[in-house]
Design a protein around this ligand. Structure first.
Ligand code: PRX
Length: 681
């Protein structure tokens, strides 16, 4: 239960009995060789091992990032200042004066050396129907689409919304925006029409790109229809590009553009825009603790550099490897590790369209065998699900190509870590539990890179990446300096990959991330630092829950539930779920005099959440209560609700500020009536 609430005391217990795994082979070469490890480190004096390099990166930040940026990015004109940042003011600028084009960095520069190398392997829903796209083909598609967007009026500085499943045209769309200097806003194609409309309106997009239908787990979804519904309430939208994922025709209106047909009329050469380092590359919406999702803004050079460096070093990616990140492109993981990181490194990357259990629970590992995947990057929720189906689904397939296994999105419990390591990786692949966020742009804490033979502790993200200085804060805002302690996780200095602002709301950005601990970036997570100095993420400290690795704010859910005319108020919490990590549990107070069938209303409310947000956000449990436990000042005591659902009545804590203690008894009784003696699962 410690994952839920940021309660740190239990975390110490789980950490103490940890087993460590040491690998006999070396991750970064036999003995430490600065230049072999990181070529630009050759000139860094006094660095004799990997921790020295990490030290250098945080103490000589400008020298470190300056050298790495010059070496790894192709610039149209060089930057004059490595950074100009002041976290206390929310000012974050990297590589000013520099001009570059992200699509050139991801495509054109590789064309000179290996035009026929596979850039994308589109792993379509039906196993065995994968499509391979070379760098030359991807550049061609990107240029045609860039020309089409330009011809149809999309200008530098505009923002194009994408509502697409993982597919080559989605990647080409992202890169085409980058090519002409427009920002992209990818909205996960599982979001509802309303959620999509909110994001289109906030981003003020005049162009939306979608596909006729999506195909996932053998089922067809009507993506174009969802866009049609969404744009009805988006006056800014002037055109919708529609690509054909299936052969089924869809109704096209005057506003719609048959994308592939039009692309064929365009030239295969498209002049790349010379972008400033700090121009916007993309917006990506994510949940916070208020009802309104925030459009985090990432910019060009710093983001790309950080995605590519982390991709190279956390996963030990080498030229020629096949990188398999199974995240959807609608999330930051898909942006950084299916698209930008691997392509900036000239890699071969898999776009996974399906689900872990389609057509059966062997899907991932059959794909690993067929595509000869070297690095596999997935989510704990899927690992926990597959573990339950048994080892035979893994053992059937040859996984000898695998070198590194990654985990992301939520804490990975020891059982899942162990299975991933022992069964999937045959005990020979390092498992890297990577901690990061939409806000951080790329991985910030992970077991690798590190000194050769360094231990990996199951279920711990462990070590900061280059340039990252994590700190823990106590409840008074003081830095905790000792080990074997827990606190609020902050990052003490800026790094190039971090988000720059929230679209149209810089004040919210500074208030959320910069002001809680002035001068530090506040992550919203709690963490434990072990006696060895390793970090373990405990979970959110705010009202954000994490369902199957997807962030959702309880306020967003309550906003939807409260829209129901029968509902007076509600309180939503996350509870610990075996597979999903967390599930959604809603307490609902009905308006006086309302007479309804509770089971029917519960179904209606679940439906409302699915329609307003997405299916994954729908509450598993809805408990109707007469009142909610509140303080005398009227604040809902969520801590108490969590403890009730956790069945930890001894842990209810201080109830002296409660307005009416009887409310708690009612909640306890109602919970038992709804879920029986067992905890909800
Ligand atoms: O609570 C942390 C959790 O996911 C949050 C970030 O969510 P999002 O922006 O959607 O990005 C997810 C993919 C990077 C974090 O604040 N989280 C992410 N990775 C881990 C994690 N919690 C524990 N361990 C992780 N490895």
């Amino acid at each position: 239960m410690w994952l839920l609430c940021g309660c740190t005391s239990k975390c110490l217990l789980t950490s103490s009995s940890r087993r460590v795994v040491r690998y006999s082979h070396n991750f970064l070469g036999k003995s430490f060789n600065k230049a072999a490890c990181l070529p630009e480190a050759a000139g860094f004096e006094g660095v004799s091992d990997h921790s020295g390099l990490q030290q250098f990166s945080v103490s000589q930040t400008d020298r470190f990032w300056g050298a790495v940026a010059r070496q790894r990015l192709t610039w149209i004109s060089p930057f004059h200042t490595v950074q100009d940042c002041d976290l206390s003011q929310g000012r974050i600028k990297w590589f000013e004066g520099g001009k570059l084009n992200v699509s050139v960095n991801c495509l054109d520069r590789h064309i000179h050396t290996f035009p026929e190398r596979v850039a994308l392997i589109w792993e379509r829903d039906e196993p065995g129907s994968e499509v391979k796209i070379t760098y030359r083909q991807l550049l061609e598609a990107t240029c045609r689409l860039g020309n089409l967007l330009r011809r149809r009026g999309v200008k530098r500085g505009d923002c194009v919304t994408l509502y697409m499943p993982p597919c080559p045209l989605a990647v080409a769309s992202m890169l085409a925006c980058a090519r002409i200097g427009a920002a992209h806003n990818v909205v996960f194609a599982g979001f509802s029409a309303e959620a999509l409309a909110d994001r289109i309106r906030d981003a003020q997009s005049s162009t939306v790109i979608t596909v006729n239908q999506g195909v996932r787990g053998g089922k067809v979804t009507e993506l174009k229809k969802t866009v049609d519904m969404a744009v009805q309430s988006c006056p800014s939208v002037q055109q919708v590009f529609v690509a054909m994922r299936t052969e089924n025709p869809v109704v096209m209106t005057a506003r719609d553009v048959a994308m592939e047909e039009e692309m064929l009329r365009e030239a295969v050469v498209c002049e790349p825009a010379a972008m400033d380092s700090e121009d916007v590359l993309f917006l990506l919406y994510t949940s916070g603790s208020t009802g309104k999702p925030k459009g985090l803004v990432h910019t060009q050079a710093g983001y790309l550099l950080y995605a590519s460096l982390t991709h190279r070093y956390v996963f030990d990616y080498h030229d020629g490897d096949v990188f398999g990140c199974v995240a959807d492109i609608g999330w930051i993981t898909g942006h950084s590790y299916s698209v930008y990181g691997p392509l900036a490194n000239g890699g071969t990357t898999v776009l996974f369209e399906s689900t872990p259990v389609y057509p059966d629970p062997g899907r991932y590992w059959e794909m690993v065998q067929r595509l000869k995947i070297n690095q596999f990057y997935g989510a704990p929720t899927a690992i926990r699900l597959l573990l339950k189906y048994g080892d035979q689904w893994v053992n059937k397939y040859d996984r000898s190509t695998l070198k590194t296994l990654g985990s992301v999105g939520e804490p990975i419990n020891t059982e899942a870590w162990d299975w991933y390591h022992r069964v999937v990786g045959d005990g020979r692949c390092p498992v890297v539990d990577t901690w990061w966020q939409t806000e951080t742009g790329g991985i910030c804490i992970a077991p690798r890179p590190s000194n050769p033979d360094a231990e990996i502790v199951p279920g711990m993200a462990m070590r900061p990446f280059f340039g990252i200085r994590p700190v823990l804060m106590d409840s008074e805002g003081k830095t905790l300096t000792s080990n074997n302690t827990s606190g609020a996780l902050c990052i003490a200095q800026p790094w190039p990959g971090m988000a720059r602002t929230i679209h149209n709301d810089h004040q919210r950005f500074t208030e959320t991330y910069c002001q809680p601990y002035p001068g530090y970036f506040f992550t919203g997570d709690g963490a434990y630092r072990s006696k060895e100095g390793y970090y373990q993420i405990i979970g959110r400290l705010d009202d954000v829950i994490n369902v199957s690795g997807h962030r959702i704010g309880t306020a967003e859910l309550e906003d939807v539930v409260n829209q129901c005319p029968a509902v007076a108020e509600s309180a939503v919490i996350g509870y610990s779920h075996d597979i999903k990590g967390q599930g959604v549990y809603a307490f609902v107070v009905l308006k006086k005099g309302v007479d309804v069938q509770e089971a029917e209303l519960a179904r209606q409310l679940q439906d409302m959440v699915s329609k307003s947000i997405a299916k994954y956000a729908s509450p598993d449990f809805i408990q109707f209560v007469r009142r909610l436990p509140k303080t005398r000042s009227g604040k809902i005591m969520r801590r108490v609700l969590r403890k009730v659902v956790e069945r930890d009545l001894d842990g209810l804590g201080d109830l002296s500020t409660l307005d009416d203690p009887a409310a708690v008894q009612e909640v306890i009784q109602g919970h038992q009536d709804l879920c029986g003696k067992e905890q909800p699962q």
